[in-house]
Design a protein around this ligand. Structure first.
Ligand code: G6P
Length: 374
């Protein structure tokens, strides 16, 4: 049943719209509600026996390719905050190109929807040779990565057919947020923060259901952008990864050039591209970076940038500097979970752009779902 399109026209469309359910499955049995004698907590059976070693690691290294790498990047801030251990990110091919340092005292996490990506598998072999504890985060039970790692967590997002990953991305972020929660579980000072995130996780499928209602709005935006050459997406903090992933979706399926840009780097190059023609999405939902993003919007507006601002519900008039600016208002959730919400309108935009431009949604040219060769 999972592998037919139901009433949808494309697998990618179906997979975008089933995210409330895939996220529910990802979290099923793993969130403990707590009561008067037991705190709210997270249970990840696959990591249980290795938590002590993970907490004592010198470093947590997250390794992946494409969307899976972006998912790790989205979870990085919360992993850093709750684990108390330095967290680094590696694109698998780049780690191998550099033969970058991996130590016995490291815990290396291998993030892969398919569990079969050649670069990620080679990086796993390399980390095993170097003696690191290796943890798999995959969507495929029995895959090479789940078999060859010491332990792991399945994301349980259900079978993903569209070459462009959508529901696996949001489930990967949720799994890594849950990993951050279990690693930090022995720290009393962050108990309140952890409970707020767990509450946020319980409510997340509903919030995703709400953001999916933007479908028609994103179709209208796609109509407006259909003939553009290029689209920039600015993000920072929790949503730097959202900018990268939104741009990746747009370029891989709609074949429109698109770049995700770290807003903090705007003045160091990207600002030169800004004029009255180039459309720019700025992600400015509420979090600790909000004021800085407001200033980015002002600076882009001063250079006549064509702005599309993604903001928290009710912030539209606050963030938009002029009538020419378009707003995408999204439900606000706990800051570290906001990337799960914010990526959805960009997935919808990429989907509608592709259909309008007449390209193959589920099989973009030159791309494969699982890249098993180097
Ligand atoms: C390919 C797919 C992407 C995916 C990447 C990593 O490029 O087209 O959608 O993100 O591989 O795949 P993995 O299965 O390791 O997550």
């Amino acid at each position: 049943e999972q592998i037919n399109k139901g009433h949808y026209e494309h697998y990618m469309q179906k997979e975008i719209h089933e995210q409330p359910e895939s996220l529910t499955t990802t979290m099923r049995g793993r969130l403990i509600r707590g009561d008067s004698c037991k705190a709210k907590s997270v249970l990840l059976g696959g990591l249980k026996d290795h938590l002590k070693t993970i907490r004592r690691s010198r470093r947590l290294v997250f390794i992946g390719c494409g969307t899976s790498y972006n998912a790790a990047l989205a979870a990085r801030p919360i992993l850093e905050e709750l684990s108390g251990v330095p967290v680094t990110m590696e694109i698998a091919s780049d780690l191998l190109d550099r033969q970058g340092p991996i130590y016995r005292e490291d815990t290396a996490f291998f993030v892969s929807q398919s569990g079969e990506t050649a670069d990620t598998l080679n990086a796993l072999e390399y980390a095993l040779e170097n003696g690191a504890l290796c943890v798999g985060i995959t969507n495929t039970v029995g895959s090479a990565i789940s078999r060859n790692t010491h332990c792991g967590v399945h994301i349980n997002a259900g079978c993903e057919i569209g070459v462009a990953s959508t529901k696996a991305y949001t489930s990967q972020i949720v799994v890594m947020a849950m990993i951050a929660l279990v690693i930090g579980d022995d720290t009393i000072s962050s108990q309140g923060r952890r409970e707020a995130i767990i509450d946020g996780l319980f409510d997340l499928p509903n919030k995703v259901r709400e953001v999916l209602k933007l479908d028609q709005e994103m179709k209208d935006l796609a109509k407006l952008l259909v003939s553009e050459q290029s689209l920039l997406v600015f993000g920072r903090g929790y949503n730097y990864a959202t900018a990268l992933e939104g741009a990746l979706k747009v370029k891989e399926v709609s074949l429109m050039h698109s770049e995700g840009i770290l807003a903090g780097e705007m003045k160091h190059g990207p600002l030169a591209l800004v004029d009255e023609n180039l459309p720019i999405v700025v992600i400015a939902t509420r979090d600790a970076c909000f004021t800085k993003q407001q200033s980015v919007i002002q600076q882009l507006h001063a250079r006549k940038g064509r702005l599309i601002v993604m903001c928290s519900k009710g912030d539209g008039s606050l963030v938009c500097p002029g009538d020419s600016c378009r707003v995408i208002e999204v439900p606000q959730v706990e800051d570290c979970l906001q990337p799960v919400i914010n990526v959805v309108p960009l997935q919808l935009l990429a989907y509608h752009l592709t259909v309008l431009r007449g390209y193959n949604v589920d099989q973009p040219r030159n791309l494969a779902k699982s890249v098993t060769t180097q």
